[in-house]
Design a protein around this ligand. Sequence first.
Ligand SMILES: NC(=O)c1ccc[n+]([C@@H]2O[C@H](COP(=O)([O-])OP(=O)(O)OC[C@H]3O[C@@H](n4cnc5c(N)ncnc54)[C@H](O)[C@@H]3O)[C@@H](O)[C@H]2O)c1
Length: 338
Amino acid sequence: MIKKIKVGIVGLGRLGRVHAYNIAFNIPNAELIAVCSVIPEEVESVSKEWGIPYVYADFGEMIKNKELDAVAILSPSPFHTEHIEMALNAGLHVFVDKPLGINVEECKLSESAVARHPNQVFMIGFMRRYDSSYKYAKQLIDQGKIGKPFLIKLTSCDPEHTIEGAIRFGANSGGLFIDMTVHDIDLARWFLQDEVEEVYAIGGSFVHKEFDDYKDADNTLALMRFKNGGMAMFHSGRNAAHGYQVETEIIGPLGSLRIAAEPRKNLCTIFDQNGIVNECSQSFQERFNEAYLEEMKEFVRCIVTGEKPGITVHDGTMNTQVAFAATQAFHERRIVKL
Ligand SMILES: NC(=O)c1ccc[n+]([C@@H]2O[C@H](COP(=O)([O-])OP(=O)(O)OC[C@H]3O[C@@H](n4cnc5c(N)ncnc54)[C@H](O)[C@@H]3O)[C@@H](O)[C@H]2O)c1
């Protein structure tokens, strides 16, 4: 019989529950044995409905559980650094969702914690790298299909219907660049295989003034130049009327690639009294369902084989650093050099 990797998870919110479900039911060689959240109803419902033996309100208590091999950290972003270090010190393999930290100092602390534990797997969740369309685009670029890409245009918008959650979550999100654009920054660095040299960014609270209270915005634009001359432009938003839109265009001398040029729910077109209708995906959970599973499978596979994940803790630092520079450019109305 195969040995199952025993995993505990902290955070059972919007994304934590998705990962918890995948670990519990969709990864044959993993087992969810412990859950932790500061919201008692969340741990109770998951433990009762899914039969999870150990429940905790305190992360420090959970990682004392000697049966654990690994933890998945899905707590709010400002807790990531602390939770990463605690888990690594307890001898556990660590998966943490993005961002690595909400500023570069935090990320550096995590980098040195990871360096002190070279025999434990550390993986950061930038799930788009595990989405089949993005993976395919990367393969095509690596094969030279469009030549060396020089421009990337990236859009990421949450739907208007989740705006209440976004406003509630906003105070702890680190801001739109660190919370949302960071995914696109990761993609641009991955596709261009290069690092950002300078950043300019603007934005505003055009519909939901609440974001002004956090010195944040409901829509932002960033423009970046990469060290080898590549360019990228980023639109991030919180209130797309039609649904959840993540779209990427990669342009090279021999052609271009577009991923999800229309953020369609699926390939079914409806012909009815409204005309010809293509429905739109409505949430990150729906659009990237497969990618969340694939990245967690990769984490477990690396624990079993002793291999290292393709995405590193340093990628986490670089992504936060660029997102932080964009935040600075937006606040200070200037070009920020890295
Ligand atoms: N990769 C993605 O597409 C994506 C999408 C959403 C969220 N995220 C990331 O996942 C993380 C969680 O986001 P979310 O939207 O699920 O948040 P959420 O607010 O919905 O849930 C947070 C969870 O953490 C728990 N929690 C809070 N403080 C805690 C503490 N001190 N100790 C233990 N548990 C604590 C809460 O009880 C809750 O269960 C964030 O870092 C976010 O950036 C990534």
